[in-house]
Design a protein around this ligand. Structure first.
Ligand code: ACO
Length: 353
């Protein structure tokens, strides 16, 4: 398995700026057509998928969503990342990483990337992957400190500077499902909140379901840099759970906060859902329900949401009019037709430090 630190490059997830996009340069090829431009020296972004699918643990296989060259050596375009000029162990089997013309149109650099579902180390070689999977140390002990533990879910905080390799491998994996954030190898400025099922069942114990990262110091006061629920676990409201948790953290710090921009299309849908719920609940049943008139500032104070996010949500729900007048009746109706799905229970928060 790829196990060396990837300190030579950048890793972490950051906003892609238009200036950076302008720096895009053409991908080097490997049989790709000219339309496949890339940010490869900058952000690892490719315009086409280059890994066909991922074998995630022993029993889950799914397609990648986006191309990314961050798993590959820039010069040789073989799997593995050079660490200060040393050759890498994963590039021996050149044959299996060579270009495969699968559909006659799409050319993949790699058919299947094998990824450990406990620690995110990866290989192109199934045998190596199986050997690793049997003895991965995170199978028996997940990294980090527990920050939330309900009978259903556990969230652990993993410090980037302490568990560097784990966080770097997680970020590499994330890149296959998220293309609007860029990557850096410097994970030491981030905390990672990893979601697990609370269970003694060995088939699920210590298997991350998703995560979000958070800057240790965010000048924009973001409470979340990047969020991903791994494809097999999506649409189970786990993204909503992590978003809700991220606001618990910023409320603890007593700040008005929100996610790092830009949001991906799924990120936007997920956030609008959470924002709609928390705003309409506070206005109709929560702290603001007895107020005769409510300002955007009142909502922001009670929910911990940014005013821009509140306006976007109220517009989305068509519940805001001239001079920011809020249509409470309409919001009440919205809440009645939408199931309330808050998932974090305060009694299970473990946020002492
Ligand atoms: C700041 C940032 O990081 S932006 C980047 C966000 N991350 C990504 O885009 C990475 C890839 N996507 C993902 O990991 C996930 O889609 C996430 C994290 C955005 C959402 O996680 P999930 O657990 O799947 O979402 P969750 O089940 O909580 O759904 C919340 C709502 O979003 C909407 N939604 C989520 N996924 C979908 C989908 N595939 N199609 C349509 N609607 C969707 C639904 O309205 C859903 O509510 P409902 O189930 O009550 O109808």
């Amino acid at each position: 398995m790829e196990s060396r630190r990837v300190s030579k490059k950048r890793l972490g997830l950051h906003e892609k700026t238009s200036k950076n996009v302008a720096k895009r340069r053409k991908g080097k090829g490997k049989g790709k057509d000219d339309s496949n431009t890339s940010d490869e020296n900058l952000y690892g972004i490719l315009n086409e998928r280059n890994i066909k699918d991922v074998q995630f643990g022993m029993d889950k296989r799914f397609l990648t969503w986006y191309g990314s060259n961050v798993y590959f050596d820039n010069e040789t375009e073989q799997l593995g990342i050079k660490d200060n000029g040393n050759s890498n162990t994963d590039s021996k089997d050149k044959q299996s990483t060579d270009v495969h013309s699968l559909t006659g149109k799409t050319r993949f650099w790699l058919d299947t990337l094998f990824v450990c579902e406990y620690c995110f180390k990866y290989s192109e070689n199934e045998e190596n992957f199986r050997l690793h999977a049997e003895r991965c140390r995170h199978k028996h002990s997940a990294p980090g400190r527990i920050k939330y533990k309900s009978p259903q879910y556990t969230i652990r905080r993993v410090r980037g500077y302490k568990h560097t390799l784990f966080c770097q491998c997680l970020c590499l994996f994330t890149k296959l499902f998220l293309d609007n954030k860029s990557m850096y190898f410097k994970v030491n400025h981030y905390d990672f909140y990893i979601l697990y099922e609370t269970t003694t069942d060995l088939s699920m114990k210590n298997k991350p379901l998703g995560f979000f990262s958070k800057d240790l110091v965010s000048y924009d006061q973001n409470n979340l840099a990047c969020i991903l629920i791994f494809p097999p676990y999506q649409r189970r409201r786990l993204g909503s759970l992590l978003i809700e948790f991220s606001y618990k953290l910023s409320k603890l710090d007593d700040i008005i906060s929100g996610p790092e921009l830009p949001l991906s299309p799924f990120g936007l849908i997920g956030y609008l859902k959470y924002w709609s719920q928390i705003i309409s609940w506070e206005l109709t049943e929560g702290e603001l329900c007895d107020f005769d008139s409510v300002t955007l500032e009142d909502i922001s104070k009670v929910t911990g949401l940014r005013i821009n996010d509140i306006i976007m949500t109220l517009k989305h729900l068509e519940c805001i009019g001239e001079e920011n007048r809020i249509y409470l009746d309409k919001l009440r109706r919205w809440l009645k037709t939408h199931e309330r799905t808050f998932m974090i229970e305060d009694q299970y928060l473990l946020l002492d430090d």
